[in-house]
Write a protein that binds this ligand. Sequence first.
Ligand code: PLP
Length: 417
Amino acid sequence: MYDAPKLNLSKSIAEFEYGKTCTPGGVLGIRRPYNFVEGEYPIYFEHGKGGRITDIDGNEYLDYLCAYGPIIIGHREEEIDNAAIAQIRDKGFCFSLTQSIQNKLAAKLKSLIKCAEMAVFVKTGSDATTLATRVARGYTGKTKIMRCGYHGWHDWCVEVKGGVPAKLYEDTHEFHYNHLEELEDLMKKHGDNTAAIIVTPIGHPLAEQVEYPKPGFLEGVRALADKYGALLIFDEIRTGFRVHIGGAQTLLGVTPDLATFGKALANGYPIGACVGKTQFMKKLEKEVFISSTFFPNSVEFAAALKTLEILERDKILDVIKKKGEWFNAELAKVLGRHKVATEASPVPQMPFITFKKNEAKTYKEMRKDFYTQLIRRKVFLQPYHHGYVCYRHTDEDLKYTIKSIDEALSFVDEKKY
Ligand SMILES: Cc1ncc(COP(=O)(O)O)c(C=O)c1O
């Protein structure tokens, strides 16, 4: 049983102690050490390039978390950074009025995404999902929101309820992905007062396997929205510009009324978008208001346009899909060779290895040991969140990762739990 040596993380740990004196919890929520394997994963990164990242102790990792999704091509992509720098240097990006590059980006999204007859740009995914629900409430005059998936940190949907009065989320009801019967029940009760159903078109609940829709699931959700006069919103913050250039809605053949995008749209620059059919989006002309000092800032628009240009020009999403398919096929062989009960994500762009739950709950210890062995081999995958394949992951990187997974599973196989 080969136990890979522990990494030197002394600078990360010391910086974290200092960080706790100036930021509550040292770093925010999902990036805290307890969300990885405490004491084994780094806490601060220094820099990244392509598919690799380096922590402040100088350890270099293969990055399969990709900043939780924005890195679609790779870190520090010169062409994209140069487009952003040119915007900063030659034009400026923060003005009292809007720069016309916004229209270029809106037109580009219209050309790529089925439901996108109009687009509005914001800065984060949470902005975009909140905006979409407001448009739906404004359009329908109804109150309830049916939701499925993580949609961000705003009051109506945040999962940790501290600091949020119940009245701000009591009109939001949750159902589980691929459980159409739960949505049917909710709609029987609340359908007449439902403004929107918001759902991630591919299921990716925390610490659970990634799921494609069962036959008829998304079609069923679409039909329920239509039956009760609610808008259907696809939250494509993770799937957008990753599983298909036209979003999961194109891949899966179900068209929503509104859709939200973010993450991969600008390869790391902060941008969110709410797109949708004109009749709904037009509510933003008068009755429904959104504004922010920074929403029209244009560095992100320049970065997004360049990202989309490269995605199309170099057929990046086809390449990522192929890489992911190769990875998943090799992974299936490796997982099948080991005793320990594991599952793998069926979505090639979003790899994830989970441990089947058992009564004795030893799967938790196995998961911890497995991810410990992986990070010690410099493979940065998140124990509780699916990963991502990016364009800059080389075939050698993927092969090394498969070999590391094999070794890490051997460690778990041989240990007594
Ligand atoms: C599906 C989905 N929707 C919305 C959000 C919120 O986006 P942001 O973190 O940019 O506010 C996320 C973020 O992880 C997400 O995965």
